[in-house]
Design a protein around this ligand. Structure first.
Ligand code: SF4
Length: 328
């Protein structure tokens, strides 16, 4: 099976990429690990493919302020192998290593993994109804097979989950996304990049037509401990049923900083803000972790086949907190 014919342009610089990417029906191609399978499945049919893979956006470095800067075209395997990233932002490395396969990580890029589209089977089969792929056609998953779908943030139009592991970790690390458009460059908090479906599920992110992620910046996180806990149906090359990124800093026996973000449960990385707030100022005890785990699932709205995610998420939060909150 293959998709429809398209025009192809290899961008020589960012300006040329942005000009071409702003044309209706254009799609950026970096590692191609998501776009090409989608094209083959006819879930995406770009009229113009703008190849950005040779743009000079693959750098990995730490700046004077101790901020990690990942070029959008940095390969996931290169990020995971970088000693500075491994030493200072191990959560990012853990999330990358939990993603996909070694081969995919060798091709996949930082920008691409943030832009990857949902794994909803209805989205990836053009014979089935899907508002995200074909607006107005209906949501096959809502009354159909929805075991892997959202328990938070869904709408009547779409209940798909976002699939990126790294995106979940980057929200927990308070990262920022740098995006270039024809009007200039802007910065977006990682937690604000992806949007909820509401009535327009065809748009996954807040990026405007032609806008291109150029880099991700991650602030230093001294004194923290972190973990990425991913629960999946098989041990590798599998997306999260539920995942949790946890970052904790304990100072003088009290929790001074907490970030908890869940994956596999919402159309975007799902910040567990009430759990974070409940942890602050408390000693890292089992009682505190249990309270945070209970708060994590308040307000969940399961579908017919994914109610098990509520208990799974609660337990995953508690397990992640036990990992980062255990005595050093
Ligand atoms: Fe499409 Fe979203 Fe419904 Fe899946 S959940 S079928 S992606 S509209």
């Amino acid at each position: 099976m293959s998709g429809a014919a398209f025009d192809y342009l290899r961008a020589g610089d960012v300006g040329q990429a942005l000009a071409a990417g702003a044309r209706p029906g254009a799609a950026y191609l970096a590692g191609g690990t998501d776009l090409m399978p989608l094209w083959k499945a006819r879930a995406e049919a770009p009229g113009l493919v703008v190849d950005i893979s040779r743009l000079p956006l693959a750098g990995i470095g730490v700046g004077d302020e101790g901020v990690l800067r990942l070029g959008a075209l940095a390969r996931l395997s290169d990020v995971a192998a970088d000693p500075a990233v491994a030493g200072r932002w191990p959560l990012a490395v853990e999330a990358i290593r939990a993603s996909a396969s070694g081969q995919v990580r060798n091709m996949g890029t930082v920008g691409g993994v943030l832009m990857q589209r949902t794994r909803c089977a209805y989205f990836r089969n053009d014979a089935l109804a899907c508002n995200k792929r074909a607006p107005g056609s209906g949501c096959g998953a809502r009354a159909g097979e929805n075991r892997g779908h959202a328990i938070f943030g869904a709408s009547a139009a779409c209940c798909a989950t976002h699939p990126s592991d790294l995106a979940v970790a980057l929200v927990a690390l308070d990262a920022e996304i740098e995006a270039a458009g024809r009007g200039g460059t802007r910065r977006i908090a990682a937690g604000e990049l992806h949007r909820l479906p509401e009535a327009t599920p065809e748009a996954d992110t807040v990026l405007e037509l032609g806008e291109l992620i150029t880099a991700v910046e991650v602030p230093p996180c001294p004194g923290t401990r972190s973990t990425y806990l991913k629960v999946r149906d098989r041990a590798s090359f599998e997306f999260a049923v539920v995942s949790v990124a946890a970052v904790l800093r304990v100072q003088d026996g009290r929790i001074a900083h907490a970030r908890l973000v869940a994956g596999g449960v919402a159309p975007k990385p799902w910040r567990l803000a009430p759990s974070e707030a409940a942890l602050l100022g408390k000693a890292p005890t089992e009682d505190a972790f249990a309270e945070a785990a209970a708060l994590a699932v308040e307000g969940a709205e399961p579908l017919a086949h994914n109610g098990f995610k509520i208990e799974l998420l609660s337990r995953a939060v508690r397990r992640a907190l036990q990992t980062v909150g255990a005595p050093a």
